[in-house]
Design a protein around this ligand. Structure first.
Ligand code: SAM
Length: 325
């Protein structure tokens, strides 16, 4: 999978064939296209944040979809939200944030590495996100954020997140519950961040780790009783039972029991012994494929900043004082 900008008379070359950009014009998204030379085919897909995360040029470690979706849910990134992200890095998460908070939200993304800042800014412009994303070239640990009492959510992907918890507190809109998430690869960073969150009065502090575990869907056969009884353990008892039954029948026969009754018994015996009449039902079940968990990228520490109601002093006396209380 790769991303390309369609340009007149250009070709896209792969080891399975050559594709002419001119022939892509006018095709629908999702359509299959044959190589002009070579045996290959490919699909033309509409760009999305999910696809961009798969093909973007890596300038740093990036966030992937399991973490992106989990963080987006916990930070409540929905249309209209004002969000801070730092550092911008390769802009993987920024694209998802921008899509989620569109059309009337805004993302302020901070990066202190100049080239990364420039590249990310150029990409946001090229992807038509300039009205949703503001890129800022700034060292947030040294200088904090240049925003106060404004944002709903803050995402930190920094080597020392605990250093910006104080600045984050200032940036939150004090009229709403602010949500913060810090993405840290090791538990020592989590511990320091949690201490800083506690010191600054954040609540609801919790930490998660997103791990990948495969589950395989399978059809499990559910044998009926008769088939199960053919199993090794039961087989011997069944044999004993049948022998006893045969013996009993023999005795009854010799005692001249009516033909009709003997016929019924014989039918029952046939149905028990008739292996071909047994059948399997199937149930859909899931089984843990590789029973080891993989995919640790980072620990996700979440917390909330709940607005504190300002206390008001009212001068009252007598009965009114009781009412006021
Ligand atoms: N979350 C990003 C993504 O999905 O593409 C990746 C972020 S990357 C791991 C961390 C970034 O933080 C780096 O680009 C680094 O330059 C930046 N950074 C580190 N310290 C910083 C600071 N004090 N101020 C601003 N940015 C900083």
């Amino acid at each position: 999978m790769s991303s390309t900008v369609i340009q007149k008379d250009r070709t896209y070359n792969t080891r399975n064939g050559v594709y002419h950009h001119n022939q892509m014009v006018g095709l629908s998204y999702g359509q299959k296209m044959k190589a002009t030379s070579g045996k290959g085919t490919m699909y033309l897909l509409h760009p999305t944040p999910e696809l961009w995360t798969k093909v973007l040029p890596h300038r740093t470690q990036i966030l992937y979809l399991p973490d992106i979706s989990f963080i987006s849910m916990w930070l409540d990134l929905v249309p209209g939200k004002k969000v801070i992200e730092t550092g911008t890095g390769s802009g993987s998460f920024s694209h998802s944030i921008a899509r989620n908070i569109s059309p009337d939200g805004h993302l302020y993304t901070y990066e202190y590495h100049e080239q990364r800042f420039e590249k990310a800014k150029a990409e946001f412009e090229a992807h038509g996100l300039s009205n949703i994303v503001t890129s800022k070239h700034r060292d947030v640990i040294a200088n904090g954020f240049d925003i106060e009492n404004y944002v709903d959510a803050i995402f930190l992907d920094l080597p020392a997140p605990w250093e910006v918890i104080g600045a984050s507190k200032k940036a939150f809109n004090k009229g709403v519950v602010g949500r913060i998430c810090s993405f840290s690869p090791c538990i020592e960073q989590v511990q320091r961040t949690v201490l800083a969150l506690n010191e600054h009065g954040f609540t609801g502090i919790r930490m998660y780790e997103c791990l990948v575990r495969d589950f395989e869907a399978q059809h499990i056969p559910l044998p009926d009783i008769s088939t199960a009884m053919d199993g090794a353990k039961v087989k011997f008892k069944k044999l004993q039972f049948e022998q006893k039954l045969a013996h009993k029948r023999k005795r009854l026969d010799t005692d001249s029991i009516s033909t009709a009754t003997t016929g019924n018994n014989s039918d029952a015996s046939n149905s028990t012994n008739n292996g071909s009449s047994s059948y399997y039902r199937y149930s859909l079940a899931s089984k843990c494929g590789q029973c080891e968990t993989r995919g640790h990228t980072s620990y996700l520490t979440f917390a909330e900043l709940v607005p504190i109601l300002e206390s008001t002093t009212v001068a009252v006396s007598g009965e009114k004082e009781e009412e006021a209380k």
